[in-house]
Design a protein. Structure first.
Lengths: 292, 596, 257
């Protein structure tokens, strides 16, 4: 195998893992926005909080994949609380979307630096084995990396199943499409929204934990840049569109990592940046159109 | 002493930055989450303009240029670059992108530019940043200067705050500033009144950018170093917090916020950590950020208008002598075309085969009609007949799918709404569209066309330059307000009025544009019948003075009393035209109404 | 339909939905004042009137989308004034708004499932079958997104969605708006009529007065936010005041034809 090809293949491998992590986060973010109408910029901070809960559980002796479940629980609880205590009161008062964005930035600071105040600003790592190395064609991946990709695929399938085949998922889509009409059908929209916060919050916590596993060592501010990737994936696919977010995550993950193989890796995020701004400028509804 | 100077300079820098942000966010309604980029650009530019060309000092830092320019060129350059840098960003805020999406775009830009500058060393020495930036008029850094120099620098900082405040006040308190606030409250309506939103937003971005650039220049001259760590996107949030707490749109509030938040916080943190050296090093900065987040949320909940809310601009009636003159003058002299002796029958507005499709539905299907000068023409028809859509096509709010529209003999089919408004073709909207946080009088004044003070340069030339126009406009506005019976509310915020009163404000505002043709979309909807008749009488009076009116209205009694001719639409087409009495006798009209 | 037989208001013997003296608006002055309407099982009762007469406002007030500032709405004797939309759905009120009446991104089947949201899981399929027998056109397009339907199909879906819960009362807000005349007529004469024949009470607000009168048992005429007249279609058609109430003339007091 030529060197050029192996460079490309290893970049694709990295890209797939980034895409896998990104897809979990982006789908959570976009569903949250679709159903609840909050462009929640505190999402990345909640990811970190989840990752640290997993770290604490891990330190206390819980195996890593059990700790990941703790992160999901933490993300779900924290997001539901954010909605109940902050966003929902603002929305009931009729706050403008831009006000909610500013509020969510404030919550991002509180969650991110609240975490930092509690755990300290240092880098930490989970105690876990990276597993064996496996060759798949030209791709070289560890079993942990494969597990992350598998988790992401399961989550995507799960989200698809939820949205298409369950009563709750359909009620979520109905609420996103037309909240008033949903209520006229007897759907308790407030409940659906609260459940959506919990579910997407769990995805957020999961994304935080697998992000932390993927990068190896992390601190409370590690997800700052990742938020940009999430936003890029979400806007690329069309804000509010879950399938768009999956596609966007795949494109952004591959584009950043593959470009990193050819240009200075420090600039790999520029690709995401250009993609996002181009979408906002040319087609704000994204590739697949807005809403699910 | 040195400590006080430090405080003073930091306060000045933050105050200048907050003033710029308050202008963008509070006055113009542009949420610039990338504000810190402009301060950073100013700081870098001032640094490389002042630094010597030899990148030397042992080559420990590299930077673009190194121009060794004397003061004040680095500061001026910083302001100019800050302003110019705003231009590429206007594509995000200038177009009709949802405000929160645009804000996200700007936030992302701020984060990624920081990342780029951090990693690209040749530009501004990357991660480490530029250092050894000389203080103004000195060869070395600020740290080594004399006491007298430092005091002088502090005073200079204060003078700059005052200068920026004065500059912004000149803009904000001018008719141009009023237009910015109108755009903030309702951009679509400002557009329909002939305001160029792109130019206004660009102006706000460039002004704020230049001021931010200047603040960066002062800061870098003082601290002597500038690196990406100094301008993380979170610094923008600090400035936003300051402006929100101080009072968005109130420039004194912005200065107060700057002192309370960035400066106050630094000091509290420093005091606490000095007294408790055993605290973990990371704890206080973290808690500081948490506190800033809390302040944002708590203030937006409890006191969204800030400590010092935006001031209400109360406009008192002119002195008695002036008033005597205005009372004898007509309330509104309609007409900009003003052909002294236009024939009654002359067609002012004509539509030929105008159509509009919305995704396969023919909302308007081949409508041809003409409106004669000086008439008060009614447009009626059952729901869904396409009346409002037709009005939007005539006003330019929507583009036609087919057909041709001419106005005063000119083909205006391709003209955007604001250009048509400038020709005297002005519309009102069906839904409430007042500028909520402008007073009734200000709402009217915001619509005056060709006001000398309603431009950036006009505003800068000062009150003396535009006072004549303003006085005349105020006289006209007050006469109109009196005629429509709203004098008691003249200085109330329009957002606080009742539904019917808001409709009045909207009609009066449209009249202030001196239209030749007024397109009214259900002006009496939701208005008390008594008030509706008063509106009708006032409009009829204006029509007699030469104003042409095309009015959609479903209250047929109003049509009976005031409109001739009346055009009936049904299913996107014109069905009949005549007086109401004639129309009632025509079976197709009766059927249209009963069959729908 | 019993349009031939004159029918006094009191002949609505067992009214299911009764609104009494309803006054409501959008926050400022009330848009409708002191309006009373009632509808009984198996009846089509229509509310007609020119643009802006307050027809839709009345319906929105009844279904809890607007605040009722005075008056009362009763369902089966229970007070449901200012109840939440989801509570009214549970109480047996099926509301079809004039616009935004379907979940556009959801398929036809999913729209029907949302209509049957309150049903036990086992009954859903059977109910969908039933709705398709009432609106056979929907049967062939179950997998199509609702946003891609034509105007007439869309309105049938909106009514079918409400039919899923077999509500005691249907409230239809101008179902024929933006439909071509022929489609509008068939919608009223077939689908709307069949709802009543199946035993439901139908309160329908309509712009197309002639067409809706043909299928109504009783009709209220609104004007300027107030009740102008009411009566059976035969009574109203015979009254010269009826036309005047649409195209204006001397002001009318609230009167029966």
């Amino acid at each position: 195998m030529g060197t050029a090809l192996s460079v490309l293949l290893s970049a694709v491998g990295f890209g797939l893992i980034t895409s896998a992590v990104l897809a979990i986060a982006a789908v959570g973010f976009t569903l949250q926005f679709a159903v609840t109408d909050v462009l929640n910029l505190a999402f990345a901070a909640v990811m970190t909080a989840g990752a640290f809960i997993a770290y604490l559980a891990n330190q206390a002796g819980v195996p890593i994949w059990g700790a990941v479940v703790a992160a999901m629980a933490a993300g779900g609880l924290l997001s539901a609380a954010l909605n109940y205590l902050v966003y929902s009161p603002f929305q009931r008062r009729g706050a403008a979307p831009i006000t909610l964005v500013i509020v969510s930035l404030g919550m991002a600071l509180i969650v991110e630096f609240g975490t930092a105040a509690i755990v300290g600003g240092v880098n930490v790592s989970y105690s876990m084995s990276q597993g064996r190395t496996i060759r798949l064609g030209g791709l070289i991946l560890t079993t942990v990396q494969l597990t992350i990709i598998a988790i992401s695929l399961v989550v995507m399938a799960g989200v698809h199943g939820l949205l298409r085949y369950t009563k709750l998922g359909k009620a979520m889509r109905a609420t996103a499409a037309n909240r008033m009409l949903a209520r006229s059908c007897g759907i308790r929209a407030g409940q659906v929204i609260a459940i959506t916060w919990t579910l997407t919050g769990a995805l957020c916590g999961l994304a935080g934990a697998v992000f932390a596993i993927d990068v190896g060592s992390f601190n409370p501010s590690s997800t700052d840049i990742f938020l940009i990737l999430i936003l890029a994936a979400v806007f690329l696919g069309g804000p509010g569109n879950a399938y768009g977010a999956m596609l966007g995550a795949l494109v952004i993950g591959l584009a950043t990592e593959v470009s990193a193989a050819y240009i200075d890796p420090d600039y790999k995020y520029v690709v995401a940046f250009v993609a996002l701004l181009a979408m906002l400028a040319v087609r704000p509804t994204g590739l697949l159109g807005a809403r699910t | 002493m040195y400590y006080l100077i430090i405080l003073l300079v930091y306060a000045a820098v933050d105050a200048i930055a907050c003033l710029g942000l308050s202008q963008q966010f509070g006055v113009a309604g542009v949420t610039n989450f990338g504000f810190i980029i402009f301060q950073a650009a100013g700081a870098y530019v001032a640094a490389v303009l002042a630094l010597p060309h030899d990148t030397a000092d042992g080559g420990f830092q590299t930077y673009l240029g190194g121009f060794n320019l004397p003061f004040p060129l680095p500061w001026l350059g910083a302001a100019v670059v800050g302003g110019l840098l705003a231009l590429p960003f206007t594509f995000l805020v200038g177009r009709r992108l949802r405000g929160d999406f645009a804000a996200v775009g700007l936030l992302v830009t701020a984060v990624l530019l920081n990342l780029l500058v951090m990693n690209y060393r040749p530009l501004f020495n990357g991660d480490a940043g530029v250092s050894l930036v000389p203080a103004p008029l000195q060869s070395g850094m600020f740290v080594g200067t004399s006491n007298g120099y430092q005091i002088g620098f502090g005073v200079a900082g204060l003078v700059m705050v005052v200068a920026v405040y004065w500059f912004l006040r000149r803009i904000t308190e001018s008719p141009y500033g009023r237009t910015l606030r109108a755009m903030r409250d309702n951009d679509k309506v400002a557009d329909s009144l002939g305001k160029n939103l792109l130019a206004l937003r660009t102006g706000a971005m460039v002004t704020g950018g230049a001021i931010a650039g200047l603040s960066g220049a002062v800061l870098v001259s003082f601290i002597g170093v500038w690196s990406p760590a100094a301008w993380s996107y979170a610094e923008t949030i600090v400035l936003f917090t300051a402006v929100i707490i101080g009072g968005a749109g109130n420039h004194v509030g912005a200065v107060l916020g700057a002192v309370l938040v960035p400066v106050g916080f630094e000091e509290i943190t420093r005091l606490i950590s000095n007294n408790n050296p055993s605290l973990p090093p990371n704890l206080l900065p973290s808690l500081q950020w948490v506190a800033i987040g809390l302040l944002i949320v708590v203030f937006l909940w409890l006191r969204p208008q800030g400590v010092l809310p935006e001031r209400k601009r109360v406009i008192r009636p002119a002195p008695a002598a002036d008033q005597a003159v205005t009372e004898s003058a007509p309330a509104a002299r309609p007409g900009r075309l003003r052909p002294a002796a236009a024939a009654e029958s002359e067609v002012l507005l004509a539509a030929e085969g105008v159509s509009k499709d919305f995704g396969g539905v023919h909302a308007v299907a081949g409508v041809s009609l003409s409106v004669a000068r000086g008439t008060m023409t009614g447009l009626i028809g059952p729901n869904g007949a396409g009346k409002s859509t037709l009005l939007s096509l005539l006003a330019g709010t929507e583009k036609v799918s087919a057909g041709r529209i001419s106005y005063a003999g000119q083909d205006i089919t391709a003209l955007p709404a604001y250009r048509r408004a400038r020709l005297g073709l002005v519309r009102t909207f069906q839904l409430a569209s007042e500028f909520k946080r402008l007073t009734v009088t200000e709402n009217l004044l915001s619509a005056v066309p060709g006001h000398r003070g309603d431009s950036f340069t006009g505003a800068l030339l000062g009150r003396r330059y535009w006072r004549g126009d303003e006085t005349a406009a105020i006289d006209r506005a007050q006469a109109l307000i009196e005629e429509f019976g709203l004098s008691a509310q003249a200085n109330d915020y329009a957002g606080e009025l009742s539904g019917g009163q808001r409709r009045l404000v909207e009609i009066m505002r449209a009249l202030m544009t001196e239209p030749d043709l007024l397109l009214l979309d259900e002006p009496m909807a939701g208005v008390h019948p008594e008030l509706a008749r008063r509106i009708g009488r006032a409009l009829a009076g204006l029509s007699q003075q030469g104003l042409t009116i095309l009015m959609v209205e479903h209250e047929l009694a109003i049509m009976d009393e005031f409109c001739d001719p009346v055009i009936v639409m049904a299913e996107g087409r014109v069905l009949a035209e005549g007086t109401m009495a004639q129309l009632r006798d025509r079976s197709e009209v009766v059927e249209a109404y009963l069959v729908g | 339909m019993s349009g031939e037989t004159p029918m006094a208001e009191t002949s609505i013997a067992q009214p299911i939905l009764v609104a009494t003296g309803v006054t409501a608006g959008y926050g400022g002055d009330p848009v409708i004042r002191d309006i009373s309407v009632r509808v009984g099982a198996g009846q089509v009762v229509s509310v007609v009137g020119p643009n802006g007469s307050g027809k839709s406002t009345l319906l929105k007030a009844i279904v809890g989308l607007l605040r009722v500032s005075a008056g009362q709405v009763r369902m089966d004797g229970r007070d449901v004034t200012n109840a939440l939309p989801e509570q009214l759905a549970r109480a047996g009120v099926g509301y079809v708004p004039q616009v935004d009446d379907v979940f556009a991104p959801l398929t036809v089947r999913e729209n029907l499932e949302m209509g049957g949201y309150l049903l036990p899981r086992g009954e859903l399929a059977g109910r969908i079958e039933h709705v398709i027998t009432v609106f056979p056109r929907l049967g062939g397009m179950l997998r199509r997104p609702a946003g891609k339907l034509s105007g007439g199909e869309r309105k049938m879906l909106a009514m079918g969605r409400v039919l899923m819960l077999a509500p005691a009362v249907f409230l239809l807000d101008e179902p024929t708006a933006s439909l071509a005349p022929a489609i509008a007529r068939s919608l009223l004469e077939q689908q709307v009529a069949s709802l009543a024949e199946a035993g439901a009470a139908v309160l329908i607000v309509e712009q197309r007065a002639r067409a809706v009168l043909a299928v109504s048992d009783f009709t209220y005429v609104l004007g300027g936010g107030q009740l102008r007249m009411s009566g059976t279609p035969a009574e109203l058609s015979a009254s010269p005041a009826f036309v005047v109430s649409f195209l204006g003339g001397p002001p009318m007091s609230s009167q029966r034809a």
